[in-house]
Design a binder for this molecule. Structure first.
Ligand SMILES: [Ca+2]
Length: 195
């Protein structure tokens, strides 16, 4: 190996080590939701579990902007739970409000809802909250879980759009569309317990 080739080889190795270090240094979750309206045109920074997820630019598939996340519940679908989810850093004791806009079309045998899971450092779920369920067709309606106090020992929260296959649709596909997720800290009167 010539001196130049050796130097190049060492330089490459150093770069690889730096890249690996930077990769590990990137936090698993951020302090706010990102790509909350799917305007990247894909599911970047979200995870999609279960079948039937797609990011759509069909005009009625977005509440705001161009894109929204659609779950297709096919007549031959098998996934009982389909979840689009993202994690975020939160601090115990703070009060938050969670919301998402949901449109439902051709609903026969499925339902959708918003779910919040609080986890400790090891990933153990400390607490789970669920909104009311969308069980029939609706135009965009905001689903809200209000006045959420972050439990003690919480490290991060998972914000989740859930579709539940209750009974197999017979006629045609059920569609559940999610857009503009939000999970934000509230203070003052908004943070006081509901009367
Ligand atoms: Ca959108």
């Amino acid at each position: 190996m010539t001196m130049l080739a050796l130097r190049e080889s060492v330089r490459r190795r150093v770069l690889i080590v730096i890249a690996v270090f930077l990769g590990l240094a990137i936090p698993a979750s951020a302090a706010r939701l990102q790509n909350e309206g799917f305007e990247s045109g894909d599911a970047s920074l979200w995870l999609c579990d279960g079948e039937g997820w797609r990011i759509s630019s069909y005009s009625k598939d977005s509440y705001r902007g161009i894109y929204g996340a659609v779950n297709d519940v096919w007549t031959n679908g098998v996934s009982e739970y389909r979840v689009v989810h993202q994690e975020m850093d939160v601090k115990p004791g703070k009060v938050y409000r969670a919301s998402v806009w949901v449109r439902a079309v051709c609903v026969e045998g499925s339902e959708s809802f918003l779910e919040i899971q609080f986890m400790d450092r090891s990933g153990t779920i400390l607490k789970q909250l669920q909104s009311s369920r969308v069980k029939r067709d609706q135009e965009y309606t905001q689903i809200v879980i209000d006045r959420i106090t972050v439990p003690e020992h919480t490290d991060r929260v998972s914000i989740r759009g859930v579709v539940h296959l209750v009974t197999q649709p017979v006629k045609d596909t059920d569609y559940h569309v999610f857009d503009d997720f939000d999970f934000r800290q509230v203070t003052g009167p908004e943070a006081l317990p509901a009367k």
